[in-house]
Design a protein around this ligand. Structure first.
Ligand SMILES: [Zn+2]
Length: 108
């Protein structure tokens, strides 16, 4: 932080020049202009693949997969639906996952 008046080098955090006392143009602490935009609720990411009992449309498999892979649950559901439309494998994958995965709370 160089004093614009006398050219003295001051500490970066100094508010006033140590030599001439001129107020230094430190970046003012930004007042919170507005409340921070609401952060989407951070889902606790499970370290294992589970079905989310607290967020399920059918069996919670999609939300469990979404949580596990960090994907949007809507995207997973869309892929599931597309898979169901274009082939039957997805259906069986879903059934198998539904059968084998433990059901747990995935929310906060
Ligand atoms: Zn100065």
């Amino acid at each position: 932080m160089i004093c614009p008046q006398c050219g003295t080098e001051n500490a970066d955090h100094a508010s006033f020049c140590g030599k001439c006392g001129r107020e230094l143009e430190v970046a003012p602490a930004q007042p919170e202009q507005q409340a921070a935009p609401a952060q989407p609720v951070q889902r606790t990411r499970p370290d294992k693949l589970v079905r989310c009992s607290d967020d399920k449309q059918i069996g919670g498999v999609s939300s469990g997969l979404a949580s596990y892979f960090g994907l949007d649950v809507g995207l997973v559901r869309l892929l599931m639906i597309l898979g169901l439309i274009f082939g039957t494998a997805t259906f069986w994958v879903y059934i198998v996952l539904w059968a084998v995965l433990p059901e747990e709370q995935c929310g906060t």
